[in-house]
Design a protein around this ligand. Structure first.
Ligand code: FAD
Length: 465
């Protein structure tokens, strides 16, 4: 009989670049666990008989299983267990909101020190990459069925990976010139190095997935045309249509959507000008409106581009910030200035049409709204202005409209999202499935992967029945 383990509340800290150094470079902030730190962290896991952490993982990773292998220094075994359920462990280990999922349900969380599941996942993935050879899964015999996956973000990548292993002939169509979706064009290098994403895409191609870039489905070819060539189609085109505030002055120079700002940086290498072709203006005082992960990424990118002051303007209080706690703390440590309970009402320009200042209102919190968070209410007569050179709007995104607009038979919801069955991912069109942000609206990497897994299961059933 296994002996009951003693509680160890000594969670191993993640080694990081110090804030004053990292705020001026684009290198990854967190260094990752060494093997010694990983083993010290893994032995804390209580190996619960009924592991609640697994229930908190949208792709049902055998969490105690992979952690036990790390504790036994069987790192190859750990990555094998992880890859049974997750084709992007290096990505998820870095960006998943574990504090709201698996780690929140860890028994040790009640004592304030959950096992660092995400850090251990990242460790196992990095260990495998350092070995220089990746273990390949067994590929089933060819089924002769052809599948098109539209969009190469986490949802599309999961469907492609699952179906190619099952013997289907899979082609991914991607509108941009690099694959990876938000992982490539959105999340900055200092949080998710692009080499990590490229490595995961390479792995997919090694499994036999074909990748066609610079191909906008709905423009280059329609869904209807692709249905003539493929037995089944998965749409994972994400939520990349930015919202604006709809206030005066939003057309001034110096106003960016978060999408434009981050895409210029990440996909076009704007920070590397003149070595890259797409420059980005280096603003001195820059405000980011919003409080999610996207807003934190923009505000921290602005610092690294040399801004003297980078502000977050958020209409609720610190308690309601939707960004991951770790990323908010990182932003604060790096010197981002937070203006809570503040609402921009007007963007004011100079004589040349460049942003000069932002007019704002002070807010206070009222009764909870539909989201359960307290509603921000303007304080009358509290208008004030802040001098500013640039403003990034990071208040949310809608699903990409190109495919819904060019596919009249496709049922679309109130927010422009594709309507798909939650249990199968099936859409209103025969042989067409959908999942990820295009269905749910902007959400998370792991939820998009979970939706991809559900759809892949249903597609495989259809293709083999
Ligand atoms: P996407 O990743 O958006 O991929 C969709 C792909 O489809 C894109 O590559 C797009 O170019 C392509 N496409 C679109 N239209 C077409 C077309 N017509 N034809 C062909 N291709 C097309 N989530 C987290 O879990 N943790 C985080 O820390 C986090 N940080 C984020 C930071 C930023 C800046 C952003 C923008 C998002 C962040 N998210 C985070 C959210 C997460 O990245 C998304 O929820 C996730 O990427 C959604 O995956 P997806 O596959 O549905 O879509």
């Amino acid at each position: 009989m296994k002996q009951k383990k003693k509680l160890n509340l000594n969670r191993q800290p993640m080694p990081k670049q110090p804030p004053h150094i990292r705020r001026s470079n684009f290198k990854e902030v967190a260094h990752g666990y060494t093997p010694e730190l990983a083993v010290a962290e893994a032995v804390r896991c209580l190996q619960c008989k009924k592991p609640f952490c697994v229930q908190g993982c949208p792709v049902e990773i055998n969490i105690p299983g992979f952690i036990e292998r790390i504790a036994e220094k069987d790192f190859a075994g750990a990555i094998r267990v992880l890859k049974q359920k997750n084709c992007l462990p290096a990505v998820c280990g870095r960006v998943c909101p574990q504090e709201e999922q698996c780690e929140q349900l860890c028994i040790l969380d009640k004592k304030g020190a959950p096992v660092a599941i995400g850090r251990l996942e990242r460790f196992a993935a990095e260990w495998e990459a350092e070995q220089g050879k990746v273990e390949m899964p067994k590929i089933h015999a060819p089924t002769g069925k052809k599948v098109a996956v539209i969009g190469s973000g986490p949802a599309g990548v999961t469907v492609a990976g699952d179906l190619v292993v099952l013997g289907h002939d899979v082609t991914v169509y991607e509108a941009l010139h690099e694959a990876g979706g938000v992982l490539t064009y959105g999340i900055p290098e200092f949080r998710l190095p692009k080499a990590v994403v490229r490595r995961e895409i390479d792995y997919l191609q090694k499994l036999g997935v074909k990748l066609i870039l610079n191909f906008v489905v709905g423009k280059t070819k329609t869904i209807e045309q692709l249905l003539d060539k493929y037995d089944a189609i998965f749409i994972g085109t994400g939520a990349g249509l930015p919202w604006f505030m709809d206030i005066p002055g939003e057309n001034l120079n110096g106003i960016y959507s978060a999408n434009e700002y981050l895409t210029r940086m990440n996909l076009m290498g704007g920070f590397n000008y003149p070595r890259s072709a797409t420059p980005i203006k280096r603003h001195k005082k820059i405000a980011t409106v919003g409080g999610g992960n996207v807003a934190m990424d923009c505000a921290r990118t602005a610092l690294r581009l040399g801004a003297e002051k980078s502000y977050i303007i958020y209409r609720r209080s610190e308690k309601e910030l939707p960004a991951r706690l770790e990323e908010t703390e990182n932003a604060m440590e790096e010197g981002v200035v937070f203006n809570f309970l503040t609402l921009p009402t007007k963007l004011i320009g100079d004589e040349n049409g460049w942003l000069k200042e932002i007019e704002c209102l002070r807010m206070e919190l009222g009764e909870p709204d539909d989201s359960g968070r307290r509603r921000p209410v303007p304080v009358e007569g509290s208008e004030f202005t802040i001098p500013m050179d640039a403003c990034i709007v990071a208040i949310g995104n809608s699903p990409n409209p190109i495919i819904p607009d060019s596919t009249p038979e496709l049922e679309v919801g109130r927010w422009g999202n594709i309507v798909a069955d939650e249990k199968t991912g099936k859409t209103s069109i025969d042989r067409v499935w959908a999942g990820g942000d295009i269905v749910t609206g902007a959400a998370t990497v792991i939820l998009a992967m979970g939706a991809g897994r559900v759809a892949a299961r249903s597609m495989h059933e259809f293709l083999t029945s």
